[in-house]
Design a binder for this molecule. Structure first.
Ligand SMILES: Cc1cc2nc3c(=O)[nH]c(=O)nc-3n(C[C@H](O)[C@H](O)[C@H](O)COP(=O)(O)O)c2cc1C
Length: 223
């Protein structure tokens, strides 16, 4: 696949076939993502690739805690609720997804079901837990590096026909992920990526999120 085709065509996938993903293919896309640039080539990232029983245990633990009203426990600093244009864009994509899924604004049950899917990592066959070296957590540069490697992962996956969604919800109950994924103490959990073969019949998978025009986000100086 051409790079511009992959970048233009990629979208988050939230419905997956039950088919497993071969470890060799995962190794191939991880090797591509691992080529991401990082500050001073520090490569402060780790991927923990879960499937089968450990992933089911994470899903179950996340669901139980969320339904039980346990407040989210993240290992990275949360910015709180989005406001202004950020909130507007958040609402825009939520409306697109709910419309595609036929979820009415007032249908609390279906909305709750959608949220719970997120905590179950959209029932994907694979979850990649993305971690950061703990001794770099206080600076922002290493966080930037993690974003680069994670985008590399989803783009490489897309180029091989795999779908994925970066899934902050999946690590909102970090102790559950830490326990079942066996995350070492010297690493901090940043996010996870739910990954698998896209289910074409899952309506939300066709949603194309919008972007503001380039002239509204880029300036050209001295041209
Ligand atoms: C850090 C991060 C966390 C995200 N967490 C979630 C999540 O918890 N649930 C979800 O459905 N999508 C999540 N997403 C996916 C975004 O909603 C999605 O990337 C955005 O709406 C743009 O859509 P696109 O990926 O289809 O272009 C996350 C994306 C990022 C980068």
């Amino acid at each position: 696949m051409e790079l511009d085709q992959a970048m233009q065509g990629r979208r988050s996938i939230r419905g997956f076939k039950k088919e497993p993903v071969k470890r060799e293919l995962l190794e191939e896309i991880i090797a591509l993502a691992n080529r991401a640039p990082s500050s001073m080539n520090t490569q402060p990232w780790y991927f923990h690739v879960l499937t089968g029983e450990p992933l089911e245990a994470v899903r179950q633990g996340n669901s139980e805690r969320m339904l039980g009203g346990v407040p989210p426990v993240r290992e990275i600093v949360d910015h709180g609720a989005y406001e202004g244009v950020h909130r507007d864009r958040q609402v825009e994509i939520a409306v697109q997804l709910f419309e595609a899924m036929g979820i009415e604004r007032n249908d609390k049950e279906k909305r709750q079901d959608w949220v719970m899917r997120g905590f179950r990592q959209f029932d994907a066959p694979v979850s990649v837990v993305v971690c950061l070296d703990r001794d770099l957590v206080d600076g922002t540069i290493a966080h930037f590096d993690l974003g680069a490697v994670t985008y590399g992962l989803v783009l490489a996956a897309w180029s091989k026909g795999l779908g994925s969604v970066i899934n902050g919800q999946g690590i909102m109950q970090s102790p559950v992920v830490r326990e079942h994924a066996g995350i070492p103490d010297d690493q901090v959990i940043m996010t996870c990526v739910a990954l698998g073969w896209p289910d074409e019949s899952f309506d939300a998978n066709s949603v194309v999120s919008r972007r503001r025009p380039v002239e509204n986000m880029a300036r050209f100086v001295g041209f």
